[in-house]
Structure formats: C-alpha cells, structure tokens
Design a protein around this ligand. Structure first.
Ligand SMILES: [Fe+2]
Length: 297
C-alpha cells in the first residue's frame, strides 16, 4: 500500500483561464505564482501550490496531487501498483516547486499525482480576497462510493471517517476528518472543492466578501454533522461548488480511534460512524438550497 499523507493541489480544466485566475486570486485569495499560455499555478498565501488551472473544453477536476513521505520508495510503489494492475508513470518537473511525482488514475479517471517533496511558491506576494489557508478536500459525484472508498483505502492508505447512510463517504489520509469524499449521483463529476479558513471570524469575513460581490451563498453558514466543520458554499464562475470551512474534526491519534472532543459533538467520544440522512447534514444552520442540491442530480 502507498501511504498518502496530505492533499497538495487540484488541477481544474476550464474554457476561460483568465476568469478562473481572477476568481481564485480576487475572491478565494490565492496568489498567482506562475502563468503560462494554457495553464497557471496558484499558491495559498502560506506557500503550497493549491490550484492549477489548465485550458480545457469543459470545466472539470482533471488531477489531484497528494504528498507522500520524503523517503517513499517510488520503485516499490511502482511494483505494488503493477501488481494491482494499475498503470503508473513518473513525471519530472510537471509542477513548479515539485521535482518528481508518480502518477496513476483513480477509477473515475481522475489522475493522482504523488509527490515526496515540494518548495513554497510566491512567498511575499500579497493575497487579495478571502485569503484561504489551504486546500482541504475534494468531493466527487460517483456511481459507486464504496468502490472509490475501497480504492483509496487499499491503494493509497486512506481510512473511512464517516458514511451518511450508504451514499456519501468521507475519507482521511491524515488528522483532518476528510480529504476526499464521494457522493452517489447520476453523472460522474466534481461535487465541490473546499478550502480551510482560520476560524468563525474568517468565515464571517468570507460571507461579507460574498455580500459585497453579490455572490449567492447556496448553503450555510452552518455546522455539519459528519466532520462537524463550520461551512459555507457558493459557486465559482465555472458553476463549480466551492466550500469554505473551519473547525473540521481532527483525529490526532489514529490508535485512539476518535476525533478530538469538541463541545458540539453529540457522541462522546466522536468515533467514525454511519450518519442517518434524517439528521439533515447540519448540527445547526439552514437546509441546502436547490442550487446546492442540483449538483448531484
Ligand atoms: Fe465538503
């Protein structure tokens, strides 16, 4: 098994690169680190490459990059993947700040890039907009969440944090409650991408930015059940859902098997579990709007 440690960045294809750059720098508050004709690299204000945008016919999430331990043996990883019948390929200098990566495809056809080391980008450049801290997680609509959960756990070392009934699974690769999640739906596509904010006050600042820019909030603010994060969702100019969150559950010690206790938990301690749909997805906050719900219809 390969042991993924952290999500790095997502690669989004888009028919309008300039519009996506303006959104991710002006609203989300990433920093433009490098720009080429048909692609651009955006870092968080803390330095890690966070979003890559590339020219494509339709908006989609084409690749996800994950960090592995610095001493990861790529030759052994290649042998393991070959034994599982999974093709992989080494790439050099594919991203600024990343020397080498090992790439494979997940069962949805999203490319997975594994990288053992990186250097920060665009340090010292001022962020505009909300100024998110990091890419937190990526959710996809899939036909069979169990199949994706099995792949990410068996091949990449993820663990199941929660299910909502049998149609929404949350997977972790480090302390964060989830880094990838899969929800059942009719058409395979990205469901949402999520960026972490510092705290509740930062989330309010984000809502004020949405108010000023006339960007509708399509769900929230509220506190989720699975993961217990404070959340708000909106759509970007490519009609993709973007979540901003804070206070996500953390499993600081895998051997204990529960999430760091918090006052908003209803189970003590809070262990991975199967939530019922009747619990509504929120500890508090409004229900999702139709503009949110349509993403998996
Ligand atoms: Fe999310």
């Amino acid at each position: 098994m390969i042991q993924v440690r952290r999500i790095g960045h997502a690669t989004l294809e888009t028919p309008d690169i300039d519009r996506q750059i303006e959104y991710f720098t002006g609203i989300v508050g990433l920093v433009l680190a490098e720009r080429e004709k048909d692609r651009a690299f955006l870092a968080s204000k803390l330095g890690p490459l966070t979003v890559q945008v590339e020219r494509g016919d339709v908006p989609r999430c084409a690749r996800l990059a994950f960090e592995v331990a610095p001493d990861t043996d790529f030759a052994a990883a290649e042998r393991f993947l070959a034994g599982e019948g999974i093709k992989s390929e080494r790439r050099n200098d594919a991203n600024p700040g990343v020397r080498t990566m090992l790439s494979l495809n997940d069962p949805n056809g999203v490319a997975i890039d594994l990288f053992p080391e990186w250097t920060p980008l665009a340090l010292g450049k001022e962020a505009r907009g909300i100024g998110v801290l990091k890419l937190g997680h990526l959710a996809h609509v899939v036909e069979d969440p169990r199949k994706l959960a099995d792949f990410y756990c068996r091949i990449l070392g993820f663990r199941v944090s929660d299910w909502i009934e049998d149609w929404f699974v949350f997977l972790r690769c480090g302390a964060d409650h989830h880094t990838v999640n899969f929800v059942v739906g009719k058409q395979v596509k990205m469901h949402h991408m999520a960026f972490e904010l510092k705290d509740w006050a930062h989330l309010q600042t984000a809502c004020e930015v949405f108010g000023q820019r006339r960007i509708p909030i399509i769900w929230g603010p509220g506190r989720h059940t699975a993961g217990h994060n404070l959340f708000t969702y909106h759509r970007n100019p490519d009609d993709q859902i973007v979540e901003l969150f804070a206070e996500l559950d953390l499993m600081k010690d895998e051997s204990l098997g529960y999430f760091e206790p918090k006052p908003w938990h209803r189970d003590h301690p809070q262990r991975p579990k199967v939530w019922q749909g009747s619990e509504g997805g929120v500890i508090w906050g409004p229900p999702p709007t139709p503009d949110y719900v349509r993403q998996r219809q």
